[in-house]
Design a protein around this ligand. Structure first.
Ligand SMILES: NC(=O)C1=CN([C@@H]2O[C@H](COP(=O)(O)OP(=O)(O)OC[C@H]3O[C@@H](n4cnc5c(N)ncnc54)[C@H](OP(=O)(O)O)[C@@H]3O)[C@@H](O)[C@H]2O)[C@H](O)CC1
Ligand SMILES: [K+]
Length: 509
């Protein structure tokens, strides 16, 4: 699913009107109808629910006015609060005129801001994608007032005051919505942690925006849902054998962090690798053999950390990092690996920290290497703290382009940047997965997928991120969020991958 800029949203808006031979007012009516249907389906509001609709001067306000009319026609008694304005959009004016006189309308006034009771449903239709600067004056006061109320706040298209695709100055007035109901496609703002308190839960309402226009719009940010992955994860051929899926090598573990190597090994095995060899310091030998008996174990001569790079010849892909530690000898193993590797690499955790602390190693990264930092590890890689989440995203894009690598940035919406400058946001996962070892599981899974020669680097990464989150979503149904541990994710990797393998069959059926 494409993530459009505010400017592209306008192009899509106009393109839809032209292609479908409708008026902008009709499109607004679709938007208002979709809002009404959501309110009725999601809230099952009682007939006396106090709906308060706050309307700005543009088409966002027009959506609010049309919704007020539809609510009234459905038997509710909404009230409308208008932001005084000198100029308003044509469709706002048209909908103000169509508003039944029975719907109370009030002008918002700085000294007479209304009290919205806790049981009220507030609709924020002040500003949407047309916001061009931070809110000031009365608009900012209204937003602050709204944020103080205990009422349920639902933002129409965007929380007012939030820009769709760029940061606003710190301390700007922005609505803190419980829900944001956006039209057709998500906005970039929804994916960034700094906006979470404003956006709340977001949902997309389809209003029939023209698919042919969407198809033609070039974007560099996408949101990955299951339908994007249909057909990208091949079924296992009937006559397959363990050689079909590759032999993976994992370099992991140090004293006190053998668990990371175990989790990554288990995830690699559940990720469908044909064979797995895990190279581990001696201290982890018995532990690994006992907890991941399907893996072959290659003990390093050193007791507590990795000190030697094994012969790479037998392997289809190599993963390094989980629980590795940052010993000098392990750094040299990483250096030798980067110099020698002719197969796909997955680099995580302490191996990333070693790259960050020894920037000359970054020049050795083979093309298409997959790196999986969380924000702190990513900062060590770039050596430059990000100003905000938008800046961090551009750093990520730049890093992947410059280093010709695939770089993941882990978070609520884990992002994958590709060497050609695209960013894909993952749609699966839950807060229960913010727990130790979750990243080690991802590394093991990605390693299995990179060892499978049938998958491109990009598909392996997208499938791995999606299946990792989906496994977490399946696990959390049994464990609850607080009770989820990384090992639970491992248990559901198989079912998550199977869903993807079966998705094509479902569509054919
Ligand atoms: N996506 C779609 O296809 C559809 C979207 N719809 C809805 O339309 C809005 C976008 O409407 P638009 O009129 O372009 O913009 P807004 O309603 O967000 O606001 C524009 C007006 O607000 C003024 N403005 C902008 N920033 C500020 C500010 N900081 N303070 C005060 N006033 C501000 C702006 O004035 P300018 O001087 O900047 O020109 C405009 O007057 C979208 O979000 C959807 O809700 C359609 O209804 C359905 C199709
Ligand atoms: K809004």
């Amino acid at each position: 699913m494409k993530i459009l800029s505010a400017a592209q949203t306008r192009i899509l808006d106009e393109g839809t009107i032209k292609a479908q031979g409708i008026t902008s007012l009709e499109l607004m009516e679709r938007a208002a109808t979709a809002l009404l249907n959501w309110l009725l389906d999601a809230l099952h509001p009682a007939a006396d629910t106090p709906f308060h609709i706050l309307c700005g001067p543009g088409n966002n306000g027009g959506d609010g006015l049309a919704l007020a009319r539809l609510l009234h026609q459905s038997g509710y008694q909404p009230q409308v609060w208008l932001l005084p304005t000198e100029k308003s959009s044509a469709d706002y004016a048209a909908n103000l005129q169509r508003l039944p006189t029975a719907v109370p309308r009030h002008e918002l006034h700085a000294r007479r801001l209304p009290t919205f009771p806790a049981g009220a449903v507030m609709l924020d239709a002040l500003f949407g994608t047309g916001l061009s600067r931070p809110l000031t004056g009365l608009a900012a006061q209204v937003v602050a007032h709204l944020n103080e109320s205990q009422a349920l706040c639902i933002a129409v298209d965007m929380p007012s005051g939030l820009l769709a695709d760029a940061p606003q100055p710190a301390d700007s007035a922005v609505v803190q919505a419980h829900y944001t109901l956006s039209f057709e496609l998500p906005k970039l703002a929804f994916f960034l942690p700094q906006n979470a308190e404003f956006v709340g839960e977001w949902e997309l309402l389809s209003i029939g925006l023209e698919a042919t226009v969407i198809h033609k719009l070039a974007v560099d940010n996408c949101f990955i849902e299951e339908n994007f992955l249909v057909g990208r994860y091949p079924k296992r051929p009937k006559f397959s054998h363990k050689g079909t899926f590759g032999h993976a090598l994992l370099l992991a573990g140090s004293r006190g962090k053998i668990g990371a190597a175990v989790l990554a090994s288990q995830a690699c095995l559940r990720g469908g690798t044909g064979l797995l060899t895990t190279c581990i310091p001696q201290v982890g030998y018995d532990i690994l053999q006992a907890t991941a008996p399907e893996a072959m174990c290659l003990p390093d001569p050193a007791l507590g950390h990795l000190s030697e790079l094994p012969d790479l010849q037998p392997y289809a892909a190599v993963g390094i990092g989980p629980g590795l530690g940052q010993e000098e000898a392990s750094r040299e193993v990483l250096r030798q690996l980067l110099e020698a590797a002719k197969v796909p690499l997955v680099i995580d955790a302490d191996a990333l920290n070693l790259l960050g602390a020894n920037q000359e190693l970054l020049d050795l990264l083979p093309p298409d290497t997959l790196l999986t930092p969380h924000p702190k590890e990513f900062e060590r890689l770039t050596g430059e703290p990000a100003r905000d989440d938008y800046h961090r995203l551009e750093q990520l894009r730049q890093f992947a382009r410059q280093r010709r690598c695939f770089c993941v940035l882990k978070g609520a919406y884990t992002a994958l940047a590709t060497p050609d400058g695209q960013i894909y946001f993952n749609s699966t996962g839950n807060p229960g997965m913010a727990t130790g070892g979750s990243g080690d599981v991802l590394t093991g899974l990605l390693l299995a997928l990179r060892a499978d020669k049938r998958l491109s680097a990009c598909n392996a990464a997208l499938i791995g991120l999606y299946a990792h989150g989906r496994a977490g979503d399946l696990a959390v149904q049994q464990t609850g969020e607080a009770g989820l541990v990384a090992g639970d994710i491992v248990r559901f990797i198989g079912p998550a991958l199977q869903e993807l393998a079966d998705s094509l069959t479902h569509i054919v059926e």
